[in-house]
Design a protein around this ligand. Structure first.
Ligand code: BDP
Length: 713
């Protein structure tokens, strides 16, 4: 045995290869040795880690700073009780040293932080302080990021706090580990082995989220299973909550409205039935015994077949308020989703959430927050902002973005969503006045103490790289950064992410951010240009299906959404059509409602436009549509080229994976382009503009393509 061990040691000395190539597991917390000059600049400001407190979060801060600085500088600074010159002193005013500094922490709230270069006993140190240790944790991650990004750290004076209270991931994870709309493997929650075994990944998940300020997670799918609320599962949930707590992350659950019947043995789930209310109250009490800081419930009710209060003739507010009363004594919230459209309702689907919810403004309990998708249909490649933003001034509204790429080609398509989200957050609602953006609506409490928030449907699974692709990590990252500060720029976030994920070479950063920033318009162009939407194939939403017209609900069919006929294409949402524009503030309605001012991005979202309509480009609409499809494909080719040129600067395994994915994306972009041109061409019956090739196959060929095993369905 000893001989073998010696031999192995000798071999390891001779061949100091890395045990495993980089695979993306480290995310943006990829702490790599800094170059020597940079190390020399940082070391004098990282001579020791000093804290006078002890709690689980403080321990995590010490561990993270130790790991990060150890890896970036070669050796971790020692933990010390005194504060020598160059020390990093972290904690809260519970530390006498921090209290003595009299720092202006007053305005930073529970989660804010301050990072300052100060003197303690005449010695220069860096202090990272919050009112709570969670604030200090966020500060520590910010400090680490400064070093990762090569910023000077000798004269720091940074104060920051999150703009939104609830910054949540929504996992659409089922109890059997299938992830609805998940493209990164199975659910990371291994329910079968919990609570006995806790995968170390849960800790890395919490670290990653804390590093970008995410402070809550809904563990299970909105299409929920009542079993999650039973005792065996609550024990598993409690285990996860224990792991997440030191990282400032609270656990929430999707509640199935009919749970009192399914697991409670009641005959009804009518929210006005006292027995039902009592059942939920007892259930909430039980949950809080397992998870004392449980965040609350997320509810999808009366939407796409889910049970809800309307099954009993009650309103959404009556349903939400009953649940809110159950969690209120414990400080919990109810996030009630506005993503509803009813089978019986023949009205334009884009109008239904507003029609249903706007009249309920002011009738929700004060611990209810209505969760609204970014656009009025459903996470399409591009949608105008949802008209509910700004239209319910007495009701807290939170944003729901989709981080996972259900309608964006799944994990293999490189699509950076920071720009799309920025577009939505900066949209001017004109409510109550010009200049009130969606971000303003989100971060202005409707009354003192009312909750604010944002949620992202997670793209996380048990793939080694977490998100299904290296670049999809950027969307998780960008979501967190925008949740912390909805006014940040998608561009700046992309650059930070690129530097921390791929390496800090300016040429690399500019090439990668260039790819990321053009990627959103590219997918819009090769899938749903000019305001088209919902052209995806049935069920799984993978690949094109603009011809589909045989689904039981009219508003599940792509033909409903594009409304193409011999005369033209597009959904008339103006006064002559469904008049959905009227749900926006008057100036916005005027802009969207007029062909002259709507612009190319939302043209066919709001208007049914003749094929020969003259576009701003001077082309006819038909020609423009074809040009856009080709432009989208060309953009993917350009991304491929840009990426290929980066090979010498990137580790082989990750470079290869992205190259392969880009090749898939290009094939599929072309598939989208060909299928859509073949189909729309069969309706428009116009020749292709000069220089644009006919699809290589006839329409039948594209219609016959089937993908019964596409993931995430
Ligand atoms: C749609 C998804 C479906 C979700 C639904 C929702 O296709 O899987 O359950 O949204 O948000 O985008 O409830």
């Amino acid at each position: 045995m000893r001989l073998i061990a010696l031999l192995a040691f000798a071999i390891a000395l001779l061949f100091p290869v890395r045990v495993s190539a980089e695979d993306g597991y480290d995310l943006w917390l990829r702490y790599r040795a800094l170059e020597a000059g940079q190390q020399d600049r940082i070391r004098p400001h990282a001579t020791a880690l000093v804290s006078e407190e002890s709690d689980p979060t403080i321990d995590r801060i010490a561990a993270e700073l130790g790991t990060a600085l150890g890896a970036m500088l070669g050796a971790p600074p020692p933990a010390r009780r005194d504060a020598p010159a160059g020390a990093i002193v972290f904690g809260t005013p519970k530390s006498p040293r921090i209290a003595a500094l009299g720092l202006p922490l007053g305005k930073l709230g529970r989660e804010g932080y301050l990072i300052r270069s100060v003197a303690i006993d005449g010695k220069p140190v860096t202090v990272i302080a919050g009112n709570t240790s969670i604030g200090a944790l966020y500060g520590a991650f910010r400090f680490i990021r400064l070093i990762q990004l090569g910023e000077p750290i000798d004269r720091l004076d940074i104060a920051d706090r999150p703009r939104l209270d609830l910054r949540l991931l929504n996992h659409w994870d089922n109890l059997d580990r299938h992830v609805e709309r998940g493209y990164a493997g199975q659910s990371i929650w291994d329910w079968q082995k919990l609570p006995g075994f806790a995968d170390p990944r849960y800790t890395d998940y919490a670290r990653a989220n804390a590093s970008i300020g995410i402070n809550g997670t809904v563990l299970n799918n909105v299409n929920s299973n009542a079993d999650i609320l039973t005792e065996p599962f609550l024990k598993k949930v409690a285990k996860l909550a224990d792991i997440f707590r030191p990282y400032g992350i609270r656990v929430y659950l999707s509640a199935r409205f009919s749970a009192p019947i399914e697991i409670g043995g009641l005959k009804t789930a009518d929210p006005l039935d006292p027995e039902v209310a009592a059942w939920w109250k007892a259930k909430a009490d039980e949950i809080y015994r397992h998870v004392p800081d449980f965040g609350g419930f997320l509810v999808k009710a009366n939407s796409e077949g889910q049970p809800g209060p309307q099954d009993y003739g009650r309103s959404h507010a009556e349903g939400a308020n009953m649940l809110a009363a159950a969690v209120r004594p414990h400080g919990g919230v109810v996030m009630w989703r506005a993503f509803v459209y009813a089978n019986e309702n023949p009205d334009d689907r884009a109008k239904q959430a507003y029609s249903e919810f706007q009249p309920l403004d002011g009738t929700f309990a004060d611990n209810v927050i209505v969760q609204v998708k970014n656009g009025p249909i459903d996470f399409q490649p591009r949608e105008p902002f949802h008209p509910l933003f700004g239209a319910m001034p007495k009701t807290p509204l939170m944003m729901e973005f989709q981080i996972t790429k259900e309608y964006l080609g799944f994990a293999t398509h490189l699509v950076y969503l920071g720009g799309l989200w920025e577009e939505v957050l900066r949209a001017d609602t004109h409510r109550p006045r010009a200049g009130t953006t969606v971000a303003d609506v989100l971060d202005t409490p409707v009354r003192a103490g009312a909750p604010t928030g944002i949620a992202g449907v997670a793209n996380i699974g048990n793939d080694r790289n977490w998100s299904g692709s290296q670049f999809d990590q950027a969307n998780w990252y960008a979501f967190g950064r925008l949740a912390w500060n909805p006014d940040e720029s998608g561009h700046a976030i992309a650059a930070d992410w690129s530097r921390m994920t791929w390496g800090d070479d300016p040429a690399l950063t500019s090439a990668i951010t260039g790819m990321m920033l053009r990627s959103h318009q590219a997918v819009v162009d090769y899938m749903t240009p000019l305001g088209l939407n919902h052209l995806m194939a049935t069920g799984h939403h993978y690949g094109p299906g603009p011809w589909v017209d045989d689904l039981p609900r009219r508003d599940w069919n792509p033909t409903y959404f594009h409304d193409a006929d011999a005369a033209g294409i597009g959904f008339d949402r103006t006064r002559t059509g469904s008049n959905a524009v009227a749900q926006y503030a008057a100036p916005v309605a005027r802009r969207f409602g007029s062909l002259a001012t709507v612009g190319d991005d939302y043209l066919l979202w709001f208007h049914h436009v003749p094929w020969d309509h003259r576009m701003a480009s001077g082309r006819t609409l038909w020609d423009e549509l074809v040009v856009r499809y080709d432009r989208g494909v060309a953009e993917v080719a350009a991304m491929q080229q840009a990426w290929a040129a980066l090979a010498p600067k990137i580790d082989a395994r990750r470079h290869r994976e992205v190259s392969d994915f880009l090749a898939i994306q290009r094939e599929e972009a072309k598939w989208w382009r060909d299928a859509c041109i073949a189909y729309f061409g069969s309706i428009a019956k116009r020749p292709l503009p000069a220089g644009h090739a006919a699809p290589p196959h006839d329409l039948q060929y594209y219609k016959a393509i089937r993908h019964p095993y596409a993931p995430g369905n």
